[in-house]
Design a binder for this molecule. Structure first.
Ligand code: HAM
Length: 409
């Protein structure tokens, strides 16, 4: 037998239902904020991610699924959704549309990672990107929407929002100098990756997952002490508005995120075990890096599989509330008429397809928690309420259908 590749999942039954529950709730929150959905290709030119996400990131260095196509072009399965969204925004001339342009997505993502709990090689992200506003108000709305989705899913009490500002190009240069100085004498005790990062992209040292390096990083200077006046103002405004909007947050000045395109606001939402279920921030420079005009932007993405885990652990009620009807008959075609008529009206109906006896069909209906059974007989219909056992006889199809529509509500 051929098995699925490591780090992938098959989704069906309960997990699929939880996925749909998450997407449906997210969709409602996005639609209420007038955000349209976008879908971009699963693969893009490799250069989009090398330039967009950054050559020095773990994602680009170690985790991309890159391949040559038959035309000798280097393509990559998307390791994140933002670069593709920016490319689509620029390529389709969306800057001529009313601003800000707000887009959301639910897409599969591919990263060649060390597989462990909550860390897969194919996973799904629900994300949102706001293009065209440089203001802290847009940061606030994006963060608020992330929290709103978690609230709707019934898990907002189990998470913590952490925010930081990593400044702009100008103030970050000053901070990098301070970091270099502080790390100079101890970088040789850090992991090999960090020793490389020290020269190539020193900020990445702050994102190291190695315990020793993480602990040492606690003593490094804080980026927040190096923000220029404009970046400071932006961050103060965001904090102030978060408080006014009753969004609880903590400041963590070591958050730099694993992708290079961020500036100013960055944020993560962590679960009880400290695992990130959502990450995002402002990325005003990405559009220019990708060859477009200057488009300020902010967004986030949440890991759907990680949220599924919380929903399962917390036993959130995600079940589809539709009452279910099972049709049992010896005359399949006569039964199928009722089945299809009810389905047209949106009722969830199943009809036996295995030629089961009445007894074993009833057993199936009861085992799978069908609320109603319809027996379609030669001369009448009987509606059985499986919860209380009550049976009602109908001579006319129309009356039966009306009754079902009545009781199903
Ligand atoms: P990210 O932090 O790399 O950000 O990923 C976002 C979320 O995806 C994480 O917080 C996590 O929940 C989930 N995730 C990441 N890796 C895995 C994995 N291997 N298995 C399961 N879940 C995972 C981004 O991708 C940015 N594009 C977010 C963004 C949008 N920033 C601005 N706009």
């Amino acid at each position: 037998m051929i098995n699925r590749p490591r780090g992938t999942k098959d989704l069906y039954d309960d997990e699929m239902e939880i996925f749909e529950f998450i997407e449906q709730n997210a969709k409602e929150v996005f639609e209420a904020a007038n955000i349209g959905k976008i879908q971009t290709p699963v693969f893009e030119f490799t250069e989009l991610f090398a330039r967009g996400v950054g050559n020095d990131t773990d994602i680009v260095q170690k985790e991309m699924y890159t391949f040559m196509d038959k035309g000798d072009r280097s393509l990559t399965l998307r390791p994140e959704g933002t670069a593709g969204a920016v490319r689509a925004y620029l390529e389709n001339g969306m800057s001529s549309l009313p601003s800000p342009k707000k887009l959301w997505y639910m897409i599969p993502i591919y990263r060649y990672e060390n597989v462990q709990k909550g860390r897969q090689r194919e996973f799904n992200q629900i994300g949102v990107e706001y293009f065209g506003s440089p203001n802290a108000e847009a940061d606030l709305e994006v963060i608020y929407i992330g929290m709103e989705i978690l609230k709707k899913l019934g898990i907002s009490d189990d998470v913590v929002l952490k925010i930081n500002s990593i400044g702009c190009k100008k103030c970050r240069e000053e901070y990098k100098k301070a970091l270099k100085k502080a790390l100079k004498d101890k970088i040789n005790t850090y992991c090999e990756d960090c020793q490389r990062r020290y020269d190539s992209n020193i900020l990445r040292v702050l994102d190291c997952k190695v315990e020793h390096d993480k602990a040492e990083n606690e003593n490094l200077p804080s980026i927040l002490d190096y923000l220029c006046d404009d970046c400071k103002k932006h961050f103060e405004k965001l904090k102030n508005m978060l408080e006014k909007a009753n969004v609880k947050y903590e400041i963590n000045d070591k958050i730099v995120r694993g992708l290079d395109y961020y500036n100013r606001t960055v944020f993560e939402i962590l679960d009880k075990d400290g695992l990130a279920i959502l990450g995002g921030g402002r990325y005003d420079g990405l559009s220019e890096v990708l060859g477009g005009e200057n488009i300020p932007a902010v967004g986030f993405a949440m890991g759907v599989e990680r949220i599924v885990g919380i929903i399962k652990d917390k036993k959130v009620d995600y079940k589809n509330k539709n009452k279910k009807v099972f049709v049992i008959t010896e005359d399949f075609s006569k039964g199928f008429k009722i089945t299809t008529k009810l389905r047209e009206k949106g009722v969830l109906v199943e009809q036996d397809l295995l030629g089961r006896s009445v007894r074993s069909a009833l057993k199936k209906a009861s085992k799978q928690n069908f609320e109603f059974v319809i027996f379609v007989n030669d001369t009448n219909f009987v509606l059985k309420n499986m919860e209380n056992g009550k049976e009602t006889e109908f001579l006319e199809e129309e009356k039966l259908i009306n009754e079902i529509l009545n009781v199903i509500k």
